[in-house]
Write a protein that binds this ligand. Structure first.
Ligand code: GDP
Ligand code: MG
Length: 177
């Protein structure tokens, strides 16, 4: 469901989930501020960033939530998921364990969100082809099995970052309009 944020425009809450250090915070800062940070210090402060996108001539506000690093303790709270209509489930293509965690993150989503939540599987760090540990084919296959959209991205060189968010935002828009 969409929320009316006062001006009659659309406001969509989208959550970023996935193991620690897969690049969630950098995907968000790349999308919202066109910034990348090579230091892996934990996210402090900001709960979400709002980005305005135009779809079919309509102003859509994407409110994108980032964990404050609490995924390290497997303690992402239900408040984090509350009201979310979209999710990016992120893994790191150079770290197989983060890919193997995807199913657990999908279970979390199922517990906390409506089944209509728009879901995108994101294989991040595709700039690191030389140390790739999960093939693109494996990502695609998992996405097909689970009924997710799929893209490989790089927050470092910007590959597909806008595209990944925009596919989710458009899907949410299609669900509600
Ligand atoms: P989070 O814990 O999921 O929020 O991950 P961060 O965004 O903090 O990123 C963890 C580490 O991976 C940092 O050192 C980032 O600089 C690095 N990183 C994030 N995205 C990319 C990427 O697309 N490519 C490369 N090479 N490194 C990345
Ligand atoms: Mg983070």
């Amino acid at each position: 469901q969409e929320e009316d944020s006062g001006g009659g425009e659309y406001l969509f809450k989208i959550v970023l989930i996935g193991d620690s250090a897969v690049g969630k915070s950098n995907l968000l800062s790349r999308f919202a501020c066109n910034e990348f940070d090579s230091n892996s210090k934990a996210t402090i402060g900001v709960e979400f960033q709002t980005q305005v996108v135009e779809i079919d001539g309509k102003e859509v506000k994407a409110q994108i939530w980032d964990t404050a690093g609490q995924e390290r303790f497997r303690a992402v709270t239900s408040a984090y998921y509350r009201g979310a209509v979209g999710a990016l489930i992120v893994y790191d293509i150079t770290r197989r364990s983060s890919f193997e965690s995807v199913k657990r993150w999908l279970d979390e989503l199922t517990i906390h969100c409506d089944t209509t939540v728009a879901r995108m599987l994101v294989g991040n760090k595709c700039d690191l082809e030389n140390i790739r540990d999960v093939s693109k084919e494996e990502g695609k296959t998992l996405a097909e099995e689970e009924g997710l959209f799929f893209m490989e991205t790089s927050a470092l060189d910007s590959t597909n970052v806008e595209a990944a968010f925009e596919v989710v935002i458009r899907q949410i828009y299609n669900n509600v309009s």
